[in-house]
Structures are given as C-alpha cells and as structure tokens.
Design a protein around this ligand. Structure first.
Ligand code: MUC
Ligand code: MG
Length: 371
C-alpha cells in the first residue's frame, strides 16, 4: 500500500512582467508556496498555495502557509495511506481551522500524486473533463490607460485574449470611470470589458459607479463592496442590470449558501485557494448552480501548478458564462515548469498527462527558491 513518505515546502519568488495594481496592493513579484509530497514508491505529487501581496488580500501569507503546513499539516498525514484523499483531507479539516490556501496546496499535491499513481489526469479523478480548452481573459492592471490599451491590443492581435478585466478602486471614482471608458472605447464594442473593484467602494459609491459602468457597456462588476456585506451585494444585484461577480464574499459552500438564500442574482468567482481545494470549489459550483447563480473560473494569480490544478477542476463544469481568468503564469517573467500550459485561440488547454500534467525544471526551481 502506498504511504505518504515525505512532505516538503518551498517558497518560490518570481518577478511579474510589470507591476500589477489592485485596489489593496501593487505586485511586482509573486511568492508561491510549493508543496512536494512523495510516497514510499518515490512518486511525487506537487501543489501550490499562493496569495496576493503578503497579507494584503487575505489572512494567509506565503510564510504562514509554509509554516503551518510544516508544523501542523505534515505531522497529521505523514506515514498515512496516500490513496484516500477524502480521509486525508478529513484528518486535516478535523484539526485545522481555516488555512484554505494551505489546504488547497496539500489537496492539489495529493491529487497530483494519485493521478500519477493511477496514470490518469486530475480531471479524471474529479469525474472527467467536459472541455479540452476553456476561455481565459487577461487582467489590465498597469495603472496607466495608454499602457492598458496597448497591452490589450497586442493580446487581441496574438489571439491570446479577447476578454479583459480591469482593476479599479484605488483611485477616485471619476478617475477610474474615465480610465475604464477610455479603454472600452479604444477596444470597441466586440471586446468584453469587466472591472474588479476588490471591495473598495461603499454602497453610495457603488450605486454611482455601477450606473456609469452600465451606461458605458461594461459587462460585469466584480466585488464592488466589502466582502462581508452580503446585504449590499444583494441590493446592488437587484438594482442594476449589469451583473455582479461575487469574489472575496464567497470562499466556501457555506458562504455561497448564505448569499444565495439572501436572494443574490449574479455570478460567483470560484477559486481553489478560497475554498480549501478543488473539491471545495466544485462544491461551491454545485450550490450556486442549484440556486441559479453562474460560476466563473477565478485565480489568486497562481503560477503554473495552481493554475493547472484549477483548470482540471473548471474543466468538469459544463457551463461558465464568463469563462475563466487562469492567466497567472503569463503574468510572471519566468516559470520553473518544463512544458508550460498552452494558451491559444483566446483560451487555455486542459492538461491531459497523468496528475496535473506538469514536470518541475529542478535547476530553475532551485534558482527561484527562497534561500
Ligand atoms: C481577484 O480579486 O480577482 C485575479 C485576477 C487578478 O488580477 O487578481 C486576482 C484577484
Ligand atoms: Mg476579484
């Protein structure tokens, strides 16, 4: 019987291709916690736990993810049978509260290991992929209108992305609206523009902002108001035709249940990091679908490992109206994966090799590993 023989964690820091500006932080480097789990036959599963801007986005930092896996997760599952992931995750969930990003990293590594043991892709472990490729947008977040327009036009010309999300909320409302309208006008009516406010507005600002964005033909407003304020999100979803995408508000299926019960109409961004893993994110999808809420394939700007893991999960969802944003690896200057994910024709392919379908380039991994 295969057992978990070792669990090792590393922080890998890779610079971004340009500063990535969100309402709460500006990123110039991405720090990824990479989990490597070996079984007693020498097979290895890899996982990733990544957040944005240290503690700026959520309550876990790269350092806390690494420390907590080393000190609290590993002793609970080391030497346990490797094949039953439900039992292993239950062991972790019984003793460890929260720490969803760390749980997602460990679950991903266990799924990769199991896929490799059985010779099947992770999507097969989740019941099977409904798609071989999913749509993938690009996020315009340079903070400069002309640069954003230039970047978007280049992406369209390369057939890499034709849908864009703009990060707003750091500046005054008027400046943000002007910026978004200028980009929308420059790209034309066929190009879908969405915005992500990352909780920066109060309800009064959101009402003004959403009215202006609706008039300008913007397709979606993501997390306009604070995460915990479900009542405002519901009121805004009733007031406007422009749909709302709930992101930070919804981590797991309990959040989704409460928001759905309050009458929210719109979409929910799934993220494996928010939900404690692929299975948790797919639970959110099931709950939302039952409540008539659309789901969307979200990212916490993971590198190739976290992105591939999420792609395996999203591939099993029959329909996602707004597609996905699994562009994380493209925001980084380099990668430590031998054969990168394949982006083409405005989307990204679902890997088909066993496990996640990725192989680490050890020289590059060592080069970028935090010493
Ligand atoms: C977020 O809030 O959506 C996803 C894309 C991006 O640029 O930032 C993330 C986080
Ligand atoms: Mg968001």
């Amino acid at each position: 019987m295969s057992k978990i023989a070792s669990i090792n964690t590393f922080i890998v820091d890779i610079p971004t291709i340009r500063p990535h500006k969100l309402s709460m932080t500006s990123m110039s480097v991405q720090s990824m916690v990479i989990v490597r789990i070996r079984d007693n036959n020498g097979l290895e599963g890899i996982g990733e736990g990544t957040t944005i801007g240290g503690l700026a986005y959520g309550p876990e930092s790269p350092e806390s993810i690494q420390t907590n896996i080393d000190k609290y997760f590993s002793p609970l599952i080391i030497n346990q049978p490797a094949s039953n992931i439900n039992v292993l995750m239950q062991m972790l969930n019984q003793s460890i509260r929260g720490n969803y990003i760390a749980k997602s990293a460990v679950e991903t590594a266990l799924l990769d290991l199991k896929g490799k043991q059985l010779g099947v892709p992770v999507s097969d472990l989740l019941g099977g992929a409904c798609h071989d490729k999913v749509d993938c947008l690009w996020v315009l977040a340079s903070g400069n209108t002309e640069k954003d327009i230039e970047e978007a036009k280049a992406m369209i010309a390369q057939k890499r992305h034709c849908h864009f999300k703009m990060k707003i909320g750091a500046r005054a409302l008027e400046a943000d609206i002007e910026h978004v309208i200028a980009v929308k006008k420059a790209l034309g009516s066929n190009i879908s523009i969405r915005v992500d406010v990352n909780q920066a507005w109060n309800e009064v600002t959101a009402v003004k902002g959403m009215a202006a964005l609706q008039d300008a033909g913007i397709d979606l407003v993501e997390q306009p108001t604070p995460a915990k304020d479900f009542a405002t999100l519901v009121r805004l979803s009733e007031k406007f035709n422009i749909p709302i995408l709930a992101d930070e508000s919804i981590a797991d299926k309990q959040d989704a249940y409460i928001l759905a019960k309050q009458g929210f109409a719109g979409s929910v961004a799934l993220k494996i990091a928010k939900a404690g893993g692929l299975k948790g994110a797919l639970d959110v999808a099931t709950l939302c679908t039952a409540a008539g809420i659309d789901v969307y394939g979200g990212t916490l700007l993971e590198g190739s490992i976290g992105t591939a893991a999420a792609l395996h999960a999203w591939s099993t969802i029959p329909n996602m109206q707004f597609g996905t944003e699994m562009f994380g690896p493209l925001l980084l200057k380099d990668d430590f994966i031998k054969k990168p994910l394949q982006y083409r024709d405005f989307g990204v392919e679902i890997p088909t090799l066993p496990g996640l379908g990725l192989e680490i380039d050890e020289d590059k991994f060592t080069h970028y590993m935090r010493k």
